[in-house]
Structures are given as structure tokens and as C-alpha cells.
Design a protein around this ligand. Sequence first.
Ligand code: CP
Ligand code: NVA
Length: 317
Amino acid sequence: MKETKKKDLLAIDDFAEDLPKIIDWAIRFKNDTELHGEFLPLDGMAIGSIYEKPSTRTRVSFEVGVKKLGGQPLTLLKNDIQLGKSESIGDTAAVLSRFLDGITYRCFGHSDVVELARTATVPVINALSDLHHPCQAAADLMAITERGNMHGHIAWVGDGNNVLHDLLLAAVTMGHDVKYATPAGMEPDEEVIDRAKEIAQRNGCKITGTNDPVEAVRNAGVIYTDIFVSMGEEHIEDKFSAFEGFQVNEELVAHAQPDYIFMHCLPAHRGEEVTDGVIDSPNSIVLDQAENRMWAQMSLLTYMCNHDAWLSFHELK
Ligand code: CP
Ligand code: NVA
């Protein structure tokens, strides 16, 4: 029977079963330049993106990606709309569902995007909340897959934050081991870790946590970091100072495999969590990650808003 339930992406494990295919689709579409401008699965559709926080990559990649698929992108900045002032999330979702075919939402509290997805009748994508950043993880695993010949584990050095949560879920879904190092007290969310460990067990891979960056990075094939203080956390006193010894610099990366890959979701605070020497080195794939936000989201949008087109493209290949 045909599936009619709308698809929402709140965390990357919502699509765990199909993630390998979603990434494969994105890689094939990126490389199949003859299809660009010809394959238009969002023709006649409008996708609205609500931002409560700043964005460069997410905003531009959604606007350009939706257009490339034949759709109309709309960017809705917090200060320009009624949401959060005189209108609730539920009423906003109900009204926008009458105009739009999909909504992306960058918010502070994760419960806000959960509420938007619950009350909207069109698919909703979490474009970053305090707990999850699924589009980033899809693009990151796409970049790792493209690079190929990945040996060794993925090491995370930094905060136990939104980017780590979806990286963990996506990495084990794609069969990679992960070792994360965070300062004591800044470990990832326990419920997310439990979900990731369940997937890891099914896929025969391993998740290890430590407070020692050297232990995490030793023999790693990938080193990933992010800013120490995320958007919305600026008020947390002394958070930054907890990260002494967590900078990804030349001395730390010397413990990884010589051909290790450096990753960062960007924006980077150069000189804080990473040195220029590391982020600008030939090992760094941060610009591939940024570009892949668009291709991965194009696969996700097609998967969610025109599933038959997504399937038919996949079956063709
Ligand atoms: N990585 C990422 O989400 O970047 P932006 O905040 O610029 O969208
Ligand atoms: N952890 C960061 C990611 C930015 C893309 C934040 O939430 O601010």
C-alpha cells in the first residue's frame, strides 16, 4: 500500500533505514551534471525556511538547492514574522501548511521544532536546534563517503553538542566507529547516546567516550571539531575555559593517521577550537562539507516532498 504519512526530519536517525540511500542519491545527483536543470522534483512547490538564529550555509544551501530542484524557496527571518511575538508555533504551522509544501526551521529549543512538525501538515526539517543538526550530519557522511578508503575511526574533540549528536547517529548508521572527547560534564545527551549505541550494535560498530583528546584522536581516520560555545549558550559563564587542551592543532593531529581527514561544520573560530595550520591543511575537507549541505538537502527534500520521484531516480541508477 502507498505510504501517505508525511515525513519529518527532526534528528538524522528518523531516516536511519534509508540514510545510506539518501547519501548515495546525493552523490549520484551531484555528479550527474546532465540531470541538473532537467530533473525538477519540486516543480510547483514552495519550501519556507524559518530562522531564529543566524545562518550562512544552511540558508544559502536551502535557497539554491530548492531552486535547482524547480521549487520556490522562501526565507522567513524571526524578526520579520509573527512567530514568537503574536503567534504560536501551532498557528504558524497550520497557516504555513496552507501555502507551503515543506518547512525548515532553525530554532533554539528542540521542543519547538518537534511542536512545529506535530502541528504542520507538510514535511518539516530541523535546520538546527540545540539538540540536533541532521542536515549537517547527512552532508558530513556524504563527504566521508565521497572521500572513500576510510580507515580508522571518527574522532570528535570538543563540546557534546547538537553537531556531535547527529554525527554519532549518522556515523554508526553508515558503519563507522566513533570516539568522542569532551570536557567532563559536557558529554553528549544520554538519550541520544543510547539511540546511537543501539544502531551501533545493529551495525557492529563502536562508540567510545573519554575526556582525553589524545585518546580520542589516536589512530583516527577523521578528526571533527566545532565551536566550543554554541549559538544560544553565550550566557553560560566559564563554558569556554573548560576547553583548555581541546584545541585541534598540529600537535594533537600528529596522533592521528597521516592521511586523516579534518572536519568542521563551520563557522570556525580560528585560533580557538582549531588552528589555521590544521583547517587550511590538505587534510581538511571543510569546504566539501559546506558544499554537500546543498546536495544532501536536495536528496532529503526530494525524499520527503516527492518520494516517488526520489525512488524513480534511485531505481534508474
Ligand atoms: N554549519 C552550519 O549550519 O552553518 P550555518 O550556521 O552558517 O548555517
Ligand atoms: N554547535 C553550533 C553549530 C553551528 C552550525 C551551534 O549550534 O551554534
